[in-house]
Structure formats: C-alpha cells, structure tokens
Design a protein around this ligand. Sequence first.
Ligand code: HEC
Length: 172
Amino acid sequence: MNLFLKSSLNRFNKLIQADKKIMLYAAIVSSVLLSACGGKSTTDQQKNEAVAEKPPVIEQQTELSEHPGLPVYNQHCLPCHQADGNGVPGMFPPLDKKWIDGDDAALISIVVHGMDEEIEVNGEIYNTIMAPLPHLKDQEVADVLNYIRLKFGTSQEKISTEQVKTVRNSDV
Ligand code: HEC
C-alpha cells in the first residue's frame, strides 16, 4: 500500500467514524424527542381522561338549565318555594325530599289537588295551605315534578303525563 492510499483510507475511516458519531447523535436526539413526545401524549391522554370524567356533571347542569320544567317552576312554584327551594320560613316550606323523592301519586296530588295538612320540614311545623294549580297542563305538571326531582331531590324516577292524568281524575 502506498502512502497516498494509506492516508486517504485513514481519512475515509475517520469520515465514517464521524458519520457514525453523527448518526449516533441523531439517534439519541430522536429517541429523546420521541420519548418527550411520548410523554406529552401520555399527559394529554391523562388530561383527556380527567376531562372525560367530568362531562356528566356539566351535562346535568346544561340539562337542568334547559329542562322544560324550569320555566314552569319559575312561574308557578318559585314565588313560594323560592329559587333555591328553601321556601319562606313560617309560610312556605322548603321543598323536602320526603315528598319530592316519595310516592309519585302523592307528589302529583300536591300540585293538582293542593295540600292542606300539618307537616314538619327541617324541624319546623307548617300548617298552611298550598292551593291547587289545576290550570297547569299534564305535561307541565310532569315536567316541573321531574325538574324538582333532579334539582332538589335524588330520585331519578320519571313522572309521566299519564300518571298526572290519572291523579287529576281521582280524588287522591
Ligand atoms: C302560593 C304558594 C305556593 C305555590 C305557588 C306552590 N306551593 Fe307548594 N306548598 C306551599 C305550601 C304553603 C305548602 C305546605 C302546605 C301544607 O302545610 O299543607 C306547600 C307544599 C309543597 C310540597 C310538600 C312539602 C314540601 O315542603 O316539600 C311540595 C312538594 C310542593 N309544595 C311543591 C310545589 C310545586 C312543584 C309547585 C309549583 C308547581 C308549588 N309547590 C307551588 C305553597 C306553595
């Protein structure tokens, strides 16, 4: 091997080594980048999961603000039972789960036939009268009762217009 060949071979080897170094460097950089991206997408995924857990609450809120029973409540119940359902002490009782979550027919009856009995709500006795609201349509009664169940009660049971009709036509 002559000197020229030898030195060009050396240079060639060095070049390859430099190339290898660059490739190694590129490999490290890209793997760091990849893992960084991977890490980011995991947090994104976690974020998405965290967001995904929340919608039911948001859904229920929008559902309630668009619930057909809300305008009925605001017009026909709110003046006495108030927006927060807490009533007016001594005059109008707070809406109580005992009735809201209780028997369907008894709840419907309060609206279509009124209520005139001594009741105890939150430790306070009410012996007042709730006048019936016979002018409310079956649909409005069903809507408002389903609304107060969602808003102030815990029952998910729905009241139908047929049930309202039945109670309206009975003396119960
Ligand atoms: C004019 C005032 C007034 C209006 C309007 C009114 N209520 Fe009442 N409500 C009362 C009073 C007073 C009582 C308690 C009656 C008693 O002591 O027998 C009562 C009792 C109740 C009760 C049972 C007791 C309780 O605290 O939970 C429910 C349920 C109820 N009302 C729902 C409604 C709904 C739903 C509407 C609207 C569709 C409505 N009320 C409209 C005055 C009113």
